[in-house]
Design a protein around this ligand. Structure first.
Ligand SMILES: [Zn+2]
Length: 187
């Protein structure tokens, strides 16, 4: 593998022939060591690390109903905010603050604020989901409740239905519900 050259324009009119720093396309004199470039390198390496973790997890879980998924993300975001808030009050409870402590606190404050923003955005999205989606959910929920109720009745011992009759009745109920275009609820 040949090392990548910096290639930045030089004052003499040529291009820089120094080797670019690992993970960048610039040498140390042409921005390869700048905080933004270094931060980007850390971000990329973290991303690569997390992608490996993702691959190790294997088959992803199927995505559920959007509302339920959003609720899941919302509670995760809320938990994260809670952790950061506690960390913040822990840091603020120290009597004296040295420089490191102050910077640590600043970092947590910024993480905390960002987490609040994120939670707020998710909640806003949840709240503004169109009415159709919400109605569809409650309709499915009703159909599921209805189906469970009917099945409980069918399986009640005093009806004395045998297994085959229960199966037939169950299939029949499913067909009826489907004809009400609630098929998603009964599959
Ligand atoms: Zn250079």
């Amino acid at each position: 593998m040949t090392a990548r050259l910096c290639g930045a324009k030089t004052r003499a009119g040529g291009t820089c022939k120094r080797v670019a720093l690992t993970g960048t396309n610039r040498c140390q004199f042409h921005g390869g060591k700048s905080p933004q470039v270094q931060a980007a390198i850390r971000r990329r390496s973290e991303e690569a690390h997390c992608r490996t973790l993702l691959e190790r997890l294997g088959e992803p879980e199927p995505v559920g109903h959007p509302v339920e998924e959003l609720l899941g993300i919302a509670s995760e975001a809320k938990a994260w905010s809670g952790v950061l808030r506690e960390r913040l009050s822990e840091l603020q409870s120290f009597e004296s603050h040295d420089r490191t402590g102050a910077e640590q606190e600043k970092a947590v404050v910024s993480l905390y604020e960002r987490s609040l923003d994120r939670t707020g955005r998710i909640l806003h999205e949840l709240a503004s989901l169109d009415l159709d989606t919400r109605l569809a959910v409650s309709e499915q929920e009703r159909a599921r409740l209805l189906l469970n109720l009917v099945l409980r009745v069918l399986e009640a011992s005093d009806l004395n239905l045998d297994a085959r009759q229960i199966l037939t009745a169950r299939a029949r109920v499913a067909t009826e519900l489907r004809s009400l275009s609630l098929q998603e609820a009964v599959v």
